[in-house]
Structures are given as structure tokens and as C-alpha cells.
Write a protein that binds this ligand. Structure first.
Ligand code: SF4
Length: 291
């Protein structure tokens, strides 16, 4: 199988078979995201996708999950997506779950009937980048959706049978907008609680100055403790229950897991301890973040 690199997948898809049904991201404008900047977006032909599925089927590999890459595979036309899911079912009948990244606009431009058909055909999990619940930050970074569109996209995905796994990027608005980022992200989660919520930490390395320039406003990166404060404020603001919460992404300083709001007090206590006594909580050192 020839993958067009770079290739990304969520941490929870580490053992999934990946079919790269699209290349790049149809939006590709978020100022903090460099994942697909080297690729021109395109959807692979159904003939190529079919050949790749057949190739893997003949290999006799064992896996029960499939991830459809690249950045927003749900952008694919409904009839093509249904054909891909049919081919997976026919040629890889042991697959139990198919997942993909989705932009809010991919979800909003499809009708409820189309989405229901797609989820029934086997695409069960959508990974949706919320990034922030704050409209000023979403506009600054050129997310391509505001908070009301993100809220509606999560609600629509859940109504039509998908599991939703969402991500928020810590430090996106910098020190200057940290409070509004946390408060409005918690509000968004309360309005449209996803099944899963993961927090990632912005990692720009040598591209920090370029990011600041692209934003065109004052932006100061958060230090590790300020990042923990941002996490605490997000958790504090969420009052919905049953949301599986993780900060296990390699970019984070402190791995946490639990269910919000059930484990809210436990998580806040850990964060308080780590903020007050960071020496007792060895945070992930910079050189290990991202590995
Ligand atoms: S929509 Fe996602 S993949 Fe596309 S540019 Fe934005 S963050 Fe990157």
C-alpha cells in the first residue's frame, strides 16, 4: 500500500487499518495547523480505493477497525462514501468500526438523511476538531466555522447515529485570550456534549513567530503551568455528564483521563496539586512532547 505522506490519525486509531481515501484537507486554512500544507486536496478515485481495499483483503491482516484518512474524509460525496463503506463490508467483513476526521462544514452540508445512511452503512465515529469555543479565536485562526456551527455539527452528528470524538487546542488564543478560550469552550461543550473530549496542546516550535504574524494580534504562548490552568478552567466550566475526557495526546504536559462531569472534582484536584507543586508532578519535558 502506498501512503501519501505525511499521514495522520488520532491516537485511538493506532491499531486501525488506514485507507487514505482523500489526500490533504479540503479547508487547509487553519493558521495553527501544518499537517497538510504540503498537499493539494483531492479525493482518490473509487477505482483506486477499491484496489487498495482488495489489496489489503488479500494480505490476510488481522484488524477490527478502519480509519479513513486524510484530514476530512467526510467531505466525500455521499454516494462515493456509501460505496467505500460497502466495499469495506464486502471485502473486510470482520471490520467492526470505521472512523474518519470530519470538519463541521462536512457535517452541515450533508442532509440528515445522508448522514443517517452513512452511519448505518458503517462509518461509526467522527473525529471533529472544535479547537476553541471562542468566536474571536475561531475567526483569528481561520477555522472556517464559528461556535454555533460547531455546536450544530456535533448535535447533528450525534442525532444521525455517529459517535463524536472532539479535540480542543490548549494555548490557541495565547495568554491574552486564555480565559475566554476556556470559558467559551466549556460553554460549547455544555451546549453540545460530545461522546469524547480530548485536549491537545499547541506545539509550534520554530513556527511561533510565523503563527503570531499570521494572527496579526498580540499572542503569547502559554507556559506549562498556564496550560494546566487552562485545562482546569475548561473542566470547571463543564456541567454535562458522561463525556469521556482525555489529555493523552503526545503534545500534552500532563496525561489525565476520566469522565466529565463525574470525575470533575478528582481531575481538578490533580490539576490544583500539579499547579501548586509542579515538582511533585513531573510534567512531560519539552523534548519528549510530540514523540
Ligand atoms: S480543518 Fe483540521 S486538518 Fe484542516 S487545516 Fe484545519 S485543523 Fe488542519
Amino acid at each position: 500500500m502506498n501512503y501519501d505522506m505525511p499521514l495522520y490519525r488520532p491516537p485511538s486509531e493506532a491499531y486501525s487499518m488506514i485507507f487514505q481515501v482523500t489526500l490533504g484537507c479540503s479547508h487547509n486554512k487553519c493558521k495553527f495547523c501544518y499537517m497538510y500544507k504540503t498537499k493539494r486536496f483531492r479525493v482518490k478515485s473509487i477505482q483506486t480505493i477499491e484496489r487498495e481495499i482488495e489489496f489489503i483483503a488479500k494480505k490476510g491482516y488481522v484488524f477490527d477497525k478502519v480509519f479513513l484518512a486524510d484530514g476530512d474524509a467526510l467531505v466525500i460525496k455521499t454516494e462515493t462514501m456509501l460505496e467505500i463503506l460497502r466495499l469495506i463490508k464486502e471485502k473486510l467483513p470482520f471490520v467492526k468500526r470505521v472512523s474518519a476526521y470530519a470538519n463541521p462544514s462536512n457535517i452541515l452540508t450533508k442532509s440528515e438523511d445522508e448522514l443517517r445512511e452513512i452511519s448505518k452503512a458503517g462509518l461509526k465515529m467522527l473525529y471533529i476538531g472544535i479547537e476553541s469555543g471562542d468566536d474571536e479565536i475561531l475567526k483569528l485562526v481561520d477555522k472556517g466555522a464559528d461556535s454555533s456551527e460547531i455546536i450544530e455539527s456535533i448535535k447533528k452528528a450525534r442525532r444521525t447515529g455517529f459517535l463524536t470524538s472532539t479535540t480542543v487546542v490548549l494555548g490557541l488564543g495565547g495568554r491574552e485570550r486564555s480565559t475566554q478560550h476556556a470559558v467559551n469552550t466549556a460553554k460549547l461543550i455544555n451546549e453540545s456534549p460530545p461522546d469524547y473530549l480530548s485536549l491537545l496542546t499547541l506545539m509550534l516550535g520554530p513556527l511561533e513567530d510565523e503563527y503570531r504574524e499570521k494572527l496579526g494580534v498580540k499572542w503569547t504562548p502559554l507556559d506549562p503551568i498556564e496550560t494546566l490552568v487552562e485545562i482546569r478552567e475548561i473542566i470547571r466550566g463543564i456541567d454535562r455528564s458522561g463525556i469521556i475526557f482525555r489529555t493523552n495526546h503526545a503534545s500534552n504536559y500532563l496525561p489525565l483521563k476520566g469522565t466529565i462531569a463525574e470525575d470533575k472534582h478528582k481531575l481538578i484536584k490533580i490539576l490544583n496539586d500539579a499547579i501548586e507543586n509542579p515538582e511533585k508532578f513531573p510534567l512531560t519535558p519539552e523534548f519528549l512532547r510530540g514523540l
